[in-house]
Write a protein that binds this ligand. Structure first.
Ligand code: FAD
Length: 388
C-alpha cells in the first residue's frame, strides 16, 4: 500500500494578474517561496514587442523600491542601470539653477527606465522553473467564490483558469478590483486631479547631457510645473504637468513657443523649437487618478497590490516604490503566519491599508509642494545662505 504521507504536498497555484512592474516583481517573491506561479498579462511580451505602449518613460526609484528588489536579488542590477539624482534642481524664470538636496550628503534617488525595469523583472521571474508567463491574456472576469478567471486572447479565444490565490496587480483600472466593488463593506474612492501630463524629450548636445545629469530638474510655476529626469542615452524626459484647460488653450506651434518663452525660456534651446512645436501635439495630455480602497483582500482567495490597490498621483515619486513595498510586507506576513492564507490576507489588509493611504495623501500634498512651495523654500534657503 502506498504511504500517502510520503507524497510531496501539491504546490499551491498563485495567479498574478498583470505583468507590469509590481506583478513581475511579485511573481519573483511567490516563486522564491516555491508556489507554482502563473503570470497573466494582457500585453504581448514587451521584451520582444516592437512598440511598447505605457506611461512615463522613466521613474524615480527610492529606498522602499530598492529594498524590495534586494529581496529577490535584483537591486544591484537595477541600480547599476539607473542614474543617481542627489537633489532637486530648481530652474527660476531667469534660468538660474539652484539645488535643494534630497537628504544628507551621499543620499540620492535613481532615475530608471520603466520599460527596461519591467523587462528585467519579467526575465528574473522567468528564471524560476516554477513560474510561467502568459502574455496576450486579458482578464475579462472572475468569480470570487470559485476563484475561476476568464481570460480572452487577441484572436478572441478564451481560457478559464483556476488558482488557489489570485494576486491582482493589474494597475489603476484593475479588472480584479471590479469584483470587490460588488461586495458589501468594500470602501472605494477615486479622484481625478485637474492636471494632466505630457512628456517631451530633451536630446543630448554634442553627445552629452543638455543639463547636469545627477538632478531631478524642476521648473515650478505655481499653478503648473515641468520636471526632467535623465536617461542612460543622455536624453532627459521632461514632463509638463498642467491643468487640462491650460493644455487646451494652446492650439498652434507658435503658441507653444510663446508659452515656453513666458514660463520655461531656458528649456527652449535645449528641447529645440521645431521639436517643441511638433511634440506638444504628438499625444494628448494624460489624466492622473488617485484610488483608495479597503480591504485589499477577499477571504483567502484574492489580494490586490500595486496600483490596483492604491493608484497615487505621481508627485511624490512613490507609486511604484509603494507597490514594491507591498510585496515585502506581504512576504513578511507570509512568514509570520506560516503561509496560512486565511490569516495572511486579513493581516496584510490590516497593516498595509493605513500606510498606502498615507502615501496617497502625501502624493496629493506634494502636488502643491513641487509646483508652488519649492519656490518659497528655495527663497528661504537663499535668504539663509546669502543672508539676504
Ligand atoms: P501597472 O504598471 O499599471 O501595471 C499593470 C499591468 O497589468 C500592465 O502591464 C497591464 O498591461 C496589465 N493589465 C491591466 N489590465 C489587465 C487585465 N485585465 N488582464 C491582464 N493584465 C492586465 N512611481 C514611482 O515610484 N516613482 C516615479 O517616479 C513615478 N513616476 C510616475 C510618473 C507618471 C507620469 C505616472 C503616471 C506614474 C508614475 N509612478 C511613479 C507610478 C507608477 O507608474 C505606478 O505606481 C506603477 O506603474 C504601478 O505598477 P503596477 O504594476 O501596480 O501597475
Amino acid at each position: 500500500m502506498e504511504d500517502s504521507s510520503s507524497k510531496p504536498a501539491k504546490k499551491k497555484v498563485v495567479a498574478v494578474v498583470g505583468g507590469g512592474l509590481v506583478g513581475a516583481l511579485n511573481a519573483c517573491f511567490f516563486a522564491k517561496r516555491g508556489f507554482d506561479v502563473e503570470v497573466f498579462e494582457t500585453r504581448e511580451d514587451i521584451r520582444t514587442a516592437k512598440i511598447v505602449k505605457g506611461r512615463s518613460i522613466n521613474l524615480a526609484l527610492s529606498h522602499r523600491g530598492r529594498s524590495a528588489l534586494k529581496h529577490v536579488g535584483m537591486e544591484e542590477k537595477i541600480v547599476s542601470q539607473g542614474i543617481p539624482m542627489h537633489a532637486r534642481m530648481i530652474h527660476s524664470l531667469t534660468g538660474k539653477q539652484s539645488p535643494i538636496p534630497y537628504g544628507k550628503k551621499g543620499q540620492y534617488i535613481l532615475s530608471v527606465d520603466r520599460a527596461n525595469l519591467n523587462k528585467e523583472l519579467l526575465s528574473a521571474a522567468e528564471t524560476y522553473p516554477n513560474t510561467k508567463l502568459n502574455f496576450d491574456h486579458k482578464l475579462q472576469d472572475w468569480n470570487a467564490e470559485t476563484g475561476i478567471m476568464t481570460f480572452v486572447r487577441s484572436d478572441g479565444t478564451k481560457a478559464n483558469i483556476e488558482a488557489d490565490l489570485i494576486v491582482g496587480c493589474d494597475g489603476a483600472f484593475s479588472a480584479i478590483r471590479k469584483q470587490f466593488l460588488r461586495r458589501s463593506r468594500f470602501n472605494y474612492s477615486q479622484t481625478y486631479i485637474p492636471h494632466g501630463y505630457m512628456e517631451l524629450t530633451m536630446p543630448p548636445i554634442n553627445g552629452e547631457f543638455a543639463m547636469k545629469p545627477n538632478y531631478l530638474h524642476i521648473w515650478p510655476r505655481n499653478k503648473f510645473m515641468m520636471i526632467a529626469l535623465p536617461n542612460l542615452d543622455k536624453t532627459f524626459t521632461c514632463t509638463l504637468f498642467m491643468p487640462f484647460e491650460e493644455f487646451e488653450k494652446i492650439t498652434t506651434g507658435d503658441e507653444v513657443i510663446t508659452f515656453f518663452q513666458t514660463y520655461f525660456p531656458d528649456a527652449i534651446p535645449l528641447i529645440g523649437v521645431d521639436a517643441l512645436k511638433r511634440d506638444y501635439f504628438r499625444l494628448p495630455a494624460q489624466a492622473m487618478v488617485s484610488v483608495k480602497c479597503s480591504p485589499y483582500h477577499i477571504g483567502d482567495k484574492c489580494v490586490l497590490m500595486g496600483d490596483a490597490a492604491h493608484a497615487v498621483v505621481p508627485f511624490y515619486g512613490q507609486g511604484m516604490n509603494a507597490g514594491f513595498e507591498d510585496c515585502i510586507v506581504f512576504d513578511e506576513v507570509m512568514n509570520q503566519f506560516n503561509e496560512d492564507l486565511s490569516a495572511v490576507l486579513p493581516e496584510y489588509t490590516r497593516v498595509r491599508v493605513p500606510d498606502d493611504h498615507a502615501i496617497a495623501d502625501l502624493a496629493m500634498y506634494n502636488y502643491v509642494e513641487m509646483r508652488a512651495h519649492v519656490n518659497s523654500k528655495w527663497f528661504l534657503f537663499r535668504k539663509h545662505v546669502d543672508n539676504i
